[in-house]
Design a binder for this molecule. Sequence first.
Ligand code: SAH
Length: 281
Amino acid sequence: MTDSLLPAGDWPEMLPGWVWLVGAGPGDPGLLTLHALNALRQAEVIVHDALVAPAILDWANPAATLIDMGKRGGTASPKQRDISLELVDLARAGKRVLRLKGGDPFVFGRGGEEGQTLVQHGVPIRLVPGISAGIGGLAYAGIPVTHRDVNASLTFVTGHDPSGHAPQLDWSAIARGSAVIVIYMGMRNLDDIAARLMAAGRAGDEPVAIVQSATTPDQRVLETRLDACAAEAEAAGIGAPAIVCVGRAALLRQALDWQAMVEGATPRNPDPLGLGPAEGA
Ligand code: SAH
């Protein structure tokens, strides 16, 4: 497959009747993969969700039909079953189908369920991973999700279960076991989640960063603490889509806020962990 927008190479061809499940990354079109771009160039039908930025859809083949499966302006979002079966129908009609999702399709993206439905109906699939908001979105805020002096493990958690409440998890085990906790879809239940973490022993003054619309021109970052994060987010008008980082990783933004440096700022604090030179032994 050759396309003038892609570097020379042997790019996979999207065949009729196939569905490609593709991650679009957190927002910045520059974070698309080349496989995602290849898919956008070839697809006849692109079924995308609300988190996929218009600037990314601009890369689509001009002849492609775009179907927005996202929640818009308060209208109810289509049911997962309807989306999955729509993909089956499009594939059976012989279309080249791109299912484009924000971030990574397999990270809190229901890509697994959609892939299973397709496979169960005999539709062949290809999977293209994307940069997940919990990693790339935090990186755009200058927050490394792992750092040798902070954490040797990492927990990704969703802030709500299908009923809309904080999921029934062993929050105490998470609080004790993971120095850095990255919460997707956490804004609605942030108060509840913060309370559970503090009840399990996390300090009220533990650093928290909340990144709204990460990697987009609308990106906003709130640096706060566990006992105040929900109230401060509300006061600042920070809401979904936002990723929440609980733990000392959030402090590293004081040194690594590279976007501020691009704008000419000097690092606020090159050594926020107070450990001296970072180059190690
Ligand atoms: N598959 C996606 C996650 C989908 S769940 C991924 O891998 O990133 C939707 C949640 O992802 C949002 O509620 C928010 O918590 C997070 N998210 C996705 N895009 C985001 C962005 N640009 N900025 C902040 N959070 C984002």
